[in-house]
Design a protein around this ligand. Structure first.
Ligand SMILES: Cc1cc2nc3c(=O)[nH]c(=O)nc-3n(C[C@H](O)[C@H](O)[C@H](O)COP(=O)(O)O)c2cc1C
Length: 403
């Protein structure tokens, strides 16, 4: 898909630079013309020769080097770029670009370009979470610079935390999305639910669950990037509203059901990624329940099963969060709720399911074999789910044409 695209790849002085080599290799293999620009610090980690051998292009390391193909007109790279990608990006380069500095070739090209800019940060957790780094990132975001967020894991120092460079496929997907090479959901309207519904017990307390909404939001953003018209019906989360997506905020399962039912007739796909409360209190007290020494019995009644109640031509995707017999239970749910696809995840693993950035899921299509994915960032899981959705939509369209 990247054939004939001119990508300027800025690499900086991060220990994650070895992944920059892999990125350069993959981009070149996909047919892109990759011009690598290295900071001086980057050359202390890896020699320019490595990138040159992979890209078969000159590597720019010096602003004032006469032998470089691009050095005389330092903005020529900025002009020929379809996209500028900086991966790995140090805290230093992010700060420089946010401040409008131009004293090395990457910051200079970035300031001079009209092409979209994608930054993939990689650094120690404290450097990344430092308020000044976050402020620099926010400033750049506000100016339209895109970011592929770092992931959590074991860092070079051995410490655990956020700051690892995003996985290469995720960076490539972001490049494809920015260049709008992947518009396979254009003219498709998708309703996505996310977060965990809350059922009030009294004005202060509620029955809730551990869902962070991250998976549903990741699907919504991925669908938007692939050209879909997305409506997100969101139960309470700590996540900001994504741009370019209509977000309807609700609290209870009943509110979610009302909103979803009013949308399904005009939509092509429903993806129920929300963790809905299966039960709600029979009675929600208007006044706060006082503390006491007696046992307190809370009588619960089942909530409506939102997805089972949806009929018609809409493609239905459900989630099964299970703590035992994952596949069997997910298959039962798929059949009982008449779904086209179910995404099963084992919520007992610490790196998958609730409130983490990664997920390990199994996809099961109607009449299909279970397909287990490895542990992946939720943004990548989102794209695999959407690949299936595109396939199922195409199958449905073709069978309609045949009839
Ligand atoms: C072994 C080593 C690893 C480093 N890794 C990182 C890193 O991952 N992220 C980062 O922001 N800085 C890292 N630094 C610090 C940067 O290399 C330093 O801030 C440098 O000035 C960045 O220059 P540049 O942005 O021009 O490439 C590292 C330094 C050393 C010595």
């Amino acid at each position: 898909m990247l054939k004939n695209k001119n990508i300027v790849l800025g690499v900086t002085g991060s220990i994650a630079i070895y992944k920059g080599v892999e990125l350069a290799r993959k981009l070149s293999r996909e047919g892109a013309s990759v011009d690598v620009v290295m900071t001086e610090a980057a050359t202390k980690f890896i020699t320019p020769m490595t990138f040159r051998s992979i890209t078969h292009r000159p590597v720019v390391t010096e602003m004032f080097e006469l032998t470089s193909e691009f050095s005389i007109e330092h903005v020529s790279l900025a002009k020929r770029a379809d996209i500028i990608v900086i991966a790995p990006a140090t805290a230093n380069i992010i700060a420089k670009i946010a401040s409008g500095l131009a004293n090395d070739m990457i910051s200079c090209v970035t300031l001079a370009t009209k092409a979209p800019i994608l930054i993939a940060p990689a650094m120690e957790t404290n450097m990344y979470l430092n308020a000044i780094t976050q402020e620099n990132i926010s400033r750049l975001r506000a100016r339209g610079v895109k970011f592929v967020e770092p992931i959590s894991g074991t860092l070079a120092s051995g410490a655990e935390g956020i700051g690892k460079l995003a996985d290469i496929p995720e960076i490539i997907t972001a490049i494809e999305n920015i260049l709008q090479l992947n518009n396979d959901l254009s003219n498709i309207r998708i309703v996505i639910t996310a977060g965990g519904t809350q059922e009030p017990i009294d004005p202060v307390r509620h029955i809730g669950n551990r869902s962070s909404g991250k998976m549903g939001y990741a699907i919504a953003e991925a669908a938007r990037n692939r050209g879909a018209d997305v409506i997100l019906v969101a139960a309470p989360t700590n996540l900001p509203d994504p741009t370019g997506i209509s977000v309807i905020h609700i609290r209870t399962t009943k509110e979610m059901q009302q909103n979803v039912s009013s949308l399904v007739d005009k939509s092509d796909v429903i993806i129920m990624a929300a963790a809905v409360a299966d039960y709600r209190p029979v009675k929600s007290c208007l006044a706060k329940i006082k503390s006491g020494k007696q046992n307190l019995a809370l009588k619960l009644t089942p909530n409506p099963d939102i997805i089972s109640g949806i009929t018609g031509k809409i493609l239905k995707v459900g989630f099964a969060a299970e703590s035992e017999d994952l596949i069997t239970n997910a298959q039962k749910k798929l059949e009982k709720k008449h779904l086209d696809l179910i995404v099963a995840n084992d919520i007992t693993a610490s790196d998958s399911g609730f409130d983490v950035d990664t997920n390990r899921v199994t996809l099961i299509e109607k009449n299909g074999e279970p397909e287990s994915l490895p542990l992946l960032p939720k943004s990548q899981v989102a794209n695999v789910i959407l690949d299936k959705v595109v396939k199922l939509l195409n199958t449905a369209k073709n069978s309609k044409v045949k009839k």
